[in-house]
Design a protein around this ligand. Sequence first.
Ligand SMILES: [Zn+2]
Length: 186
Amino acid sequence: MFTPRELLKNLPFRIPQDSCCNCGSTENVFRTETELKDISYFVIGGVERTLKIELPFCNNCERSALRFRKNILIKCLIAFGLFWPFLGLSLIYANELPRFLANNMILFAALPAALITSLYYLTRRAKAPATSFYQPVFLKHVRYSTRGEVKGVALGFTNREFAKRVAALNTDFCEARALIIVIEQT
Ligand SMILES: [Zn+2]
């Protein structure tokens, strides 16, 4: 049985190491110490906790081990950062813009900022047989006790077969809700 303290840094789950956790390949697979991040955002700043787990990656997917998912707040911040240069441009060229755009400068700046951000993230998609451009195993949620100890984690998996194998190997952790497995196809 596990103690909450064990979950604080290195996740003690049994992970099959013979197939890539992203694409499922069994060739050129190697054990990779992977950092999973638990980030809680507040109005100002946030709290970040890093948990480590050894996961199998093949040569083609190893870079995905380092790519953390960006949540909606980060995407909004990127779009917000792009908004200001476009607003500056619209102010500089206000006289040359069609009347509709000149009268709607906020819209003129917001639309391309949102479009560029969306297009950028659309290019960051997995190419088959990979199941994820980002980490194929990632922290969805961490359960804490009132004393701040980790009671359990919910891990997201983009490879359904790999998730099933992890569940089968960790029935004790799953029953204790120290491990919650969530399959997320992206
Ligand atoms: Zn792979």
